[in-house]
Ligand binder design. Structure first.
Ligand code: SAM
Length: 414
């Protein structure tokens, strides 16, 4: 299957955004750090991928997320929220709510469980998506619509549960390249005379060096085998442990905005939890010597490809999540790590199979239930979303070991 060319109208839209980013690059001396480029490509008002009226989600879009695949995903999240609501305000704040499917599913399932949310706040940057979310909620859970509100910004204080599915991976990342022995560049974007973007390196500043060093120390600490250039006991003679990246060229990302976001939300959280689901790994796997090209990728029309500078505004740009960095940021905000596990394990712990058995109890095998089973298989399968995607939970004032993490918790790997 080849990737379809955008139509002329879409190309014209992208050209306007590209020209605007090109002007910003020239105004900044010919170079923008990649996170600044990515922020504009995804969120430039009226033009960016998530802010310009594109329809990224579902079969007709660019990618499919778990809440779009199966209502069972929202049912499981609701089971976890219901448990927490015994210990904190029954309030949900969802970040980046996509089409509104997760919100609708969670609101409906919480009612069915007898623990309705008193308030469901959605923090959404895109006006188009807000309208779509309102339409989804009005169609699927009209009785709960009056509990839903949309926020432009993070509230100063939060009592309740924050949720986000595939939100961290959409936050802009810094890019670095290591050329051996601590020689570190930052990779950014330049623009040529024809207006085309190209990668361009600059020596890393002190802030980026420190951040890479911190990520590598975490990768070294979490290495239970003491391999990959360590002194055999998991400690390194050199600090930072550059040897971990191997002797050749090594390019990767740092999710500094995601970490800052977790810190800000975490500090606002007075009593409650934060539950995030996304694709990624602990630092040891993220900065593995074999992952020398990083995880940055573009998605368009169900094709994943490496040409991320092409067609700004028309394709998603995303990087995997370093969950060790996420845990560090939450800990810095005074939150407890409540659990970290694979999506498959989280969903199974939340009773996915029992829910499925109930819904097919009458033994009817119609095309609808076969499709539903196929979707659940995609959520659970190691070869698809089950293993690459992880769930992580942080909290303040909540008991340890929530439902979703009772078996298969991997917090020790972070
Ligand atoms: C890949 S989409 C996932 C959408 C939805 N959660 C789902 O699972 O279908 C990423 C979403 O995160 C949103 N996002 C990224 N950074 C955000 C932030 N700081 N605050 C709120 N939303 C954000 C984007 O606007 C986008 O809607």
């Amino acid at each position: 299957m080849t990737m379809p060319q955008p139509d002329p109208q879409a190309l014209a839209h992208s050209a306007v955004l590209a020209a605007r980013i090109g002007d910003a690059i020239r105004a900044d001396g010919g170079w923008l750090p990649f996170d600044a480029w990515m922020a504009r490509a995804l969120y430039e008002p009226g033009l960016g991928y998530y802010a310009g009226g594109a329809h990224p989600f579902g079969a007709g879009g660019d990618f499919v997320t778990a809440p779009e695949l199966s209502p069972a995903f929202a049912d499981c999240i609701a089971a976890q929220l219901a448990e927490w609501f015994a210990h904190c305000d029954p309030v949900v704040i969802e970040f980046g709510a996509g089409t509104g499917r997760l919100a609708a599913g969670v609101l409906g399932a919480l009612r069915a469980l007898g623990r309705p949310a008193h308030r469901y706040a959605i923090v959404e940057l895109s006006g188009t998506l807000r309208a779509q979310q309102r339409e989804t909620l009005a169609r699927l859970v009209p009785e709960a619509l009056d509990t839903v509100e949309w926020l432009d910004a993070l509230p100063a204080t939060i009592d309740g549960v924050v949720i986000g599915n595939e939100v961290l991976d959409a936050m802009p990342v810094r890019l670095f390249e290591h050329a051996g022995d601590g020689a570190l560049d930052e990779i950014g974007v330049a623009v040529d005379d024809a207006g085309d973007f190209r990668w361009a390196a600059r020596p890393a500043d002190a802030g980026l060096r420190d951040a890479v060093a911190e990520a590598l120390r975490a990768a070294a600490r979490a290495d239970p085998y003491g391999g990959g250039g360590s002194d055999g006991d998991g400690t390194y003679a050199d600090d930072p442990p550059w040897a971990l990246l191997g002797p050749g060229r090594y390019r990767s990302e740092l999710g500094l905005q995601a970490a800052a976001w977790i810190g800000t939300v975490g500090r606002a959280l007075r009593r409650g939890a934060m539950l995030l689901v996304d694709y990624g790994f602990p630092a040891r796997e993220y900065y593995h010597p074999q992952r020398d090209g990083g995880t940055l990728i573009a998605h368009r029309r169900h094709h994943a490809h490496g040409d991320v500078l092409r067609w700004p505004g028309l394709q998603d740009v995303t990087a995997h999540v370093d969950f060790s960095a996420a845990a560090r940021a939450a800990s810095g905000a005074g939150l407890a790590l409540l659990g970290y596990t694979s999506q498959a394990r989280f969903l199974l712990n939340c009773g996915l199979l029992e829910r499925l058995a109930e819904s097919t109890r009458d033994g009817a095998v119609d095309p609808g239930s076969v499709r539903a089973l196929g979707a659940v298989q995609t959520l659970l399968s190691e070869a698809e979303m089950g293993e690459l995607f992880k769930a992580i939970a942080f909290g303040r004032g909540l008991p340890p070991v929530p439902l979703g993490f009772v078996r298969g918790d991997r917090s020790g790997s972070l």
